[in-house]
Design a protein around this ligand. Structure first.
Ligand SMILES: Nc1ncnc2c1ncn2[C@@H]1O[C@H](COP(=O)(O)OP(=O)(O)O)[C@@H](O)[C@H]1O
Ligand SMILES: [Mg+2]
Length: 253
């Protein structure tokens, strides 16, 4: 890729659902090229946080900065449309359940956005698609349909598809949670390669081993607040809060 990552900053990000505060003034900066592991108990707001950054969910207060693009609260959400479109080209998002088109091959899934969003000619998109499938170790699966692929292979197709927009960062929401243990590694290895390439990665994960190995920083989100953050060795081995200790003992136990 060769391009550097993108800077992502949240200032006082606040999100309510039906009167309940789900994100309570979250401040977070992920520097260009940094890998941050976002951990914390279920229901703590991790997915909502990623969805707000990506413009999938409008929010109530605060700001999201992605590179030069700024998202503002829901009342002005329509004013965000253009920023969201451009922001998503800088920052891709990958989900636990892959969200591939079932009736398209791996290659067709990857070339969809380059053709329809970036306006790439089909021959160029095909060449790009093949390069990206090779990069995630799936050169020989280009013509397979999702149902013919393992979960780990499907997730790698989803990563290739996100990379086809040539983003400078990725938001990953528990992308190995649906995978058998022996397939998690092949997906996490791809992420580590992207980190080496300098992409900004904000990764929601329960893979504590991955967080320890690959993250520059671990951030703990609970009940809509950042309760702890720091280098993996600090947060994972010497957590300061009881909440974090409890969470870690559950995922490691
Ligand atoms: N669309 C929604 N409508 C109402 N409540 C929601 C919605 N999405 C998420 N929530 C609530 O927000 C809280 C945080 O959810 P989520 O962001 O999915 O947490 P996590 O990813 O950390 O498990 C949960 O209590 C969840 O029920
Ligand atoms: Mg979640």
């Amino acid at each position: 890729m060769g391009k550097s990552g993108v800077d992502v900053t949240l200032n006082g990000l606040t999100k309510r659902f039906g009167g309940r505060t789900i994100l309570d003034g979250v401040n977070l900066r992920v520097a260009a090229g940094e890998t941050v592991a976002l951990i914390g108990p279920s229901g703590g707001g991790k997915s909502t946080l990623l969805r707000c950054i990506n413009g999938l969910t409008p929010f109530d207060a605060g700001e999201v900065h992605v590179g030069e693009h700024i998202l503002r609260p829901a009342k002005a959400h329509h004013a965000n449309t253009d920023a969201i479109r451009r922001l998503r080209q800088l920052l891709g998002m990958i989900f636990q359940d892959f969200q591939l088109f079932p009736h398209r091959t791996a290659l067709e899934n990857v070339i969809e956005a380059p053709i329809h969003v970036r306006g790439l000619p089909r021959t160029e998109a095909l060449a790009l698609g093949r390069r990206l499938l090779e990069r995630v170790g799936l050169a020989d699966r280009a013509d397979f349909y999702p149902q013919q692929l393992s979960g780990g292979q499907k997730q790698r197709v989803a990563i290739a598809r996100a990379l086809a927009m040539q983003p400078r960062g990725l938001l990953c929401d528990e992308i190995t949670s649906a995978l058998d243990p022996e397939l998690k590694g092949e997906v996490l290895d791809v992420l580590e390669g992207l980190k080496r390439d300098g992409l900004t990665l904000l990764v929601v994960t329960h893979e504590i081993g991955f967080a320890r190995r690959a993250a520059d920083r671990v951030v703990v989100l609970a009940e809509g607040r950042v309760i702890e953050e720091g280098p993996p060795a600090e947060v994972l081995d010497r957590p300061r809060t009881e909440r974090t200790r409890l969470f870690l003992s559950r995922v490691l136990g």
